[in-house]
Design a protein around this ligand. Structure first.
Ligand code: PEP
Length: 245
């Protein structure tokens, strides 16, 4: 059985006050939810403050990015040991916004993946096709390349921490969700690309305009193991409903 994960990606939203206020209010609302993992991924400057509020609760802390070296002259970057030191247990890698605006490639995704695994962080590796690629019929080819190159050189023991998020780029922040059937089709394809020994254990999350009114149907699909939620994770009301789908 794969334990579902509902992860909120706050992107570049919320000041320290807003972030702390949010988790203080969310914590009691979801304290009785134990059959799924709840993860909040705030911006780096507020990780410590948010981590302090949710320590010893059923809400886990995740970062939105990391650099692959442990330390060094890399101005502006943060490393896996730094994320661990403020309480992170998850880290998003290769989000499409980072691929689009910050030059992330399957090669950098792979380096970051190994940095996360070295420090026992659950990497949430994001993959997904653009609208143009979908319309040209290239979805499966794109996904296969992202999996083969972004997740290359993993040995079987590495896989236990890995989480994959399928996020069609055309569905992110657009209000256009993939239909549950479209998502399931790609999720099943992704699972088919994974090593047979681990394929049934790997969590594959869906991301792209997940909302309270579509989460249930998405989660009813056999290969959808959770959601990576952007916009709807910024309000307690909608995030709580998604967590409790
Ligand atoms: C995301 O940030 O990964 C995401 C899927 O955003 P949204 O839910 O707003 O589409």
């Amino acid at each position: 059985m794969r334990k579902p994960i509902i992860a909120g990606n706050w992107k570049m939203y919320k000041t320290a006050f807003e972030a702390v206020d949010f988790v203080k209010n969310l914590k009691p609302e979801v304290s009785d939810v134990h059959d799924r993992a709840i993860v909040i991924c705030p911006p780096h400057p507020v990780l410590k403050d948010v981590g302090d509020v949710i320590r010893d609760s059923n809400i886990a802390l995740g970062a939105q990015n990391l650099f692959w070296e442990d330390e060094g002259a890399y101005t502006g970057e943060v490393s896996a040991p730094m994320l661990k030191s403020v309480g992170c247990t998850y880290v998003i890698i290769g989000h499409s916004e980072r691929r689009q605006f910050f030059g992330e490639t399957d090669e950098t995704v792979n380096k970051k993946l190994f940095a996360a695994l070295k420090h026992n962080l659950f990497p949430i590796v994001c993959i997904g096709e653009t609208l143009e690629q979908r319309e040209k019929g290239e979805t499966f080819e794109v996904i296969e390349k992202q999996i083969r190159e972004g997740l290359k050189n993993l040995v079987i023991s590495n896989w236990s921490l890995v989480v994959i998020a399928y996020e069609p780029v055309w569905a992110i922040g657009t209000g256009k969700t993939a239909t549950p059937q479209q998502a399931q089709e790609v999720h099943a394809f992704i699972r088919g690309l994974l090593p047979r020994d681990v394929a049934q254990e790997i969590r594959i999350l869906y991301g792209g305009s997940v909302k309270p009114d579509n989460i249930k149907e998405l989660m009813a699909q056999p290969d959808i193991d959770g959601g990576l939620v952007g916009g709807a994770s910024l309000k307690i009301e909608s995030f709580e409903k998604i967590v409790k789908y």
